[in-house]
Design a protein. Structure first.
Length: 109
């Protein structure tokens, strides 16, 4: 019983530490998206910072990201993205893909 408890505790710590191993950038308005020939989906914030939103590794997700970002531009919704630990939100980075993207209505902020 003690061994099982130790294993479950270790597993819970492992999952929780990997869950929080990302950098969450501040919500921002975006002014454009770019879909590259290699399948990368990038977006540019209002202040000119470019971020990699998706890659061709998951084409279904890439299609969904394109639709979500287009709606965010059209409706002036805020976009918030999270990236792997070590990412710098204050400068452009088009080599590290987002872990997740959250779109928020500005009236609900």
């Amino acid at each position: 019983m003690k061994k099982t408890t130790c294993i479950l505790t270790f597993f819970a710590l492992l999952v929780s530490s990997s869950t929080f191993a990302f950098v969450k950038c501040e919500p921002e308005l975006i002014k454009g998206i770019q879909v590259k020939k290699n399948g990368e989906v990038r977006y540019t914030s209002q202040n000119g910072i470019q971020r990699l939103a998706a890659t061709l590794k998951n084409p279904v997700a890439s299609q969904n990201v394109i639709q979500i970002l287009l709606k965010a531009i059209d409706r002036d919704y805020y976009v918030q993205s999270a990236f792997p630990d070590g990412y710098t939100c204050s400068s452009s980075n088009t080599t590290t893909a987002a872990e997740w993207i959250y779109v928020q209505n500005p009236h609900n902020r």
